[in-house]
Design a protein around this ligand. Structure first.
Ligand SMILES: CC(C)(COP(=O)(O)OP(=O)(O)OC[C@H]1O[C@@H](n2cnc3c(N)ncnc32)[C@H](O)[C@@H]1OP(=O)(O)O)[C@@H](O)C(=O)NCCC(=O)NCCS
Length: 173
């Protein structure tokens, strides 16, 4: 079992006891609408179905100080590499947690999985996520319409590419 740690966070694999918290936070349309795959409305059955997929590089974002489940982050394998993503329940927005979690996840992709690049997309109306990616060192790599399940329609999505070199350079800056 792979567990990652950062200053304030534990990133650990999801477990059945997470279903209730996951459902509470992902039932919020403001969270679901910024992701491509989360349906709305969201039920415990949706959380169960997601866990049953057993995604290899999916991590719960847990706060060290009180053990709270705050959200999730993960790497999704594609033909030519990995796309990463993240979400947090609304009460946890604005504290730098997404940047910290994504930073640790991306380090894992570069160091443990041997990747040289990873990529991520953000919907045009989600500047907070665009900022998270910019803080990691990611660069714009094109834009295209992408299906958003919660909204039930395609939404303009900006793809961002993060290279190992840019990631390290950003850390050193
Ligand atoms: C996007 C999301 C993950 C951000 O989480 P977070 O923990 O609040 O992010 P951080 O605090 O690490 O960083 C957010 C940055 O965006 C900035 N920001 C927040 N709202 C913003 C806005 N409306 N416009 C521009 N920048 C904004 C913050 O100031 C911060 O930048 P800073 O550190 O330079 O001040 C969170 O809002 C979320 O889970 N949203 C719903 C799901 C989602 O969007 N997932 C990502 C899909 S691509």
């Amino acid at each position: 079992m792979c567990i990652l740690e950062s200053e304030r966070l534990i990133l650990r694999p999801p477990r059945p006891t997470d279903i209730q918290s996951m459902t509470v936070w992902l039932s919020d349309f403001d969270v679901a609408k910024m992701t491509s795959r989360v349906p709305h409305p969201y039920s415990e059955g949706d959380a169960e179905a997601f866990l049953a997929l057993g995604e290899a590089h999916c991590f719960v974002i847990q706060r060290k100080s009180d053990g709270l489940f705050m959200g999730a982050t993960g790497l999704h394998a594609e033909d030519d590499g990995y796309e990463f993503g993240y979400w947090l329940g609304k009460p946890f927005w604005g504290f730098g947690y997404a940047t910290e979690a994504a930073h640790r996840l991306v380090r894992h992709a570069f160091e443990a999985l041997g990747q040289n690049t990873v990529h991520a997309g953000w919907f045009y109306d989600n500047p907070a996520s665009g900022r998270v990616l910019a803080k990691l060192g990611a660069r714009h790599n094109g834009s295209a319409m992408r299906d958003c399940r919660a909204r039930g329609r395609p939404v303009l999505c900006h793809d961002m590419l993060l290279t190992r070199t840019d990631f390290l350079r950003k850390q050193a800056a």
